[in-house]
Design a protein around this ligand. Structure first.
Ligand code: NAD
Length: 365
């Protein structure tokens, strides 16, 4: 197949792994880069041997670019996607899809009108560890899903990220930052969520950066940093999720799924591989669930590969805008529920992404 020609906007911390993987995949070709910081764009283009270092506007207008890969900060996700779809480009955006629901809805509508596709991170659910769990549940190994527990507990990112301010501003916080990995993983395995309730708090009203180069800078915290939600899935399962930037230490696993016939311990959804474990009724110990799917290393960008293949072959892509919108919808609803003191119904209902084949895209990497 002809590679899909990709232009990347936003050349910060996370962009390196996308360069590494998209260059490896024969279905994607990076033809242009852009950043609000023109010097950064020029040096990244030189480093990776990309012919075109452009402004974001020039990149979306460039006739060679078919898909815009939006790796900007959350606060810019909406404007960059809008620029892309208005200029007739497919777009794939790092998480979260946008800060606000209405913005994401507008992007999906505009894209549909302009005949282009929207995709969104995370794509870790396409990794081998999660695909093995997705298949096990679909095959009924643990019976009917009763519920799940998810925990993402840490003390924030100001100790390592060079520019961590955005984690504490609108569009940031532990749920909007890390929730997409967990919620996307859950929707992939269990299906869409129909109703939520939540409680949130801010523990530390300011954060002091300890990473370089901004060590000593104080950030005003503008979003909840400890967020707990309960989710009713469309299939009747009841899930619980806690995400926090306020916790120093914990011993809880990332995701457990409970079924009528047994339980599944799901690997960290911020990775692609991991070692899923299963323990059925009557079994005295947990045992490994074999992982026979590909993409078990750091495969960030496999969602773009899947989208490139889908565009060229006229099939649905898995890390879809509808899925990312649903996850955004759920994250907002958990915060709204806390503010309003009541359950919030979820209107969006994406299709569960199709399971990958065991050798999916082995011919394209
Ligand atoms: N850093 C990580 O480990 C990580 C992991 C997974 C996902 N992400 C996600 O990736 C995205 C980027 O994160 P990052 O850590 O690379 O951030 P970063 O701050 O390191 O990089 C962002 C880049 O976008 C550019 N930018 C900002 N606004 C822009 C605009 N309007 N137009 C063009 N360029 C603009 C900045 O100049 C910068 O080069 C975020 O959505 C984040 O949630 C980051």
């Amino acid at each position: 197949m002809q590679p899909l020609r990709v232009g990347i906007i936003g050349l910060g911390n996370i962009s390196g792994i996308y360069f590494e993987n998209l260059k490896k995949y024969s279905a994607t070709e990076i033809v242009a880069v852009a950043d609000i910081d023109a010097d950064r764009a020029a040096s990244v283009a030189e480093k990776h041997g990309i012919a075109k270092s452009l402004t974001p506007q020039q990149l979306v207008e460039d006739s060679e670019v078919e898909l815009v890969l939006n790796l900007t900060i959350p606060g810019a996700h909406y404007s960059v996607q809008k620029l892309a779809v208005e200029n007739g480009k497919h777009v794939y955006t790092e998480k979260p899809l946008t800060a606000e629901r209405a913005e994401a809805a507008e992007i999906l509508e505009l894209a549909a009108k302009n005949g282009v596709r929207v995709g969104g991170a995370p794509d870790t659910f396409l990794g081998g560890g999660h695909q093995a769990c997705r298949e096990a549940i679909a095959q009924g190994l643990i019976g009917d899903v009763i519920g799940s527990h998810c925990f993402m507990l840490c003390h924030g990112h100001e100790s390592w990220h060079p520019a961590p301010e955005f984690y504490y501003k609108k569009g940031g916080g532990p749920m909007f930052d890390m929730g997409p990995y967990y919620l996307t993983a859950l929707v992939n395995m269990i299906g869409p969520i129909r109703r939520v309730t939540g409680s949130t708090r801010v523990t530390f009203p300011t954060r002091t950066i300890t990473s370089q180069p901004k060590s000593g800078t104080v950030i005003d915290v503008e979003v909840p940093t400890h967020v707990a939600g309960i989710m009713d899935f469309a299939n009747g399962a009841v899930g619980e999720i806690t995400t926090s930037f306020d916790v120093w230490h914990s011993m809880v696993p990332p995701i457990l799924i409970y079924g009528s016939e047994g339980s599944l311990a799901v690997p960290d959804p911020n990775g692609f591989g991991g070692e899923p474990k299963i323990r059925l009724r009557g079994e005295s110990e947990w045992r490994d669930l074999p992982v026979e799917f590909g993409f078990t290393g750091n495969a960030r960008g496999v969602g773009v590969l899947d989208m490139a293949y889908a565009i060229r072959n006229g099939v649905d892509h898995r890390a879809s805008g509808e899925l990312a919108f649903h996850v955004l919808d759920v994250m907002h609803a958990i915060h709204e529920s806390s503010d309003a003191g009541r359950h919030v119904e979820i209107a969006s209902k994406p299709a569960q992404p199709a399971i990958m084949a065991r050798d999916q895209y082995s011919d394209l990497i």
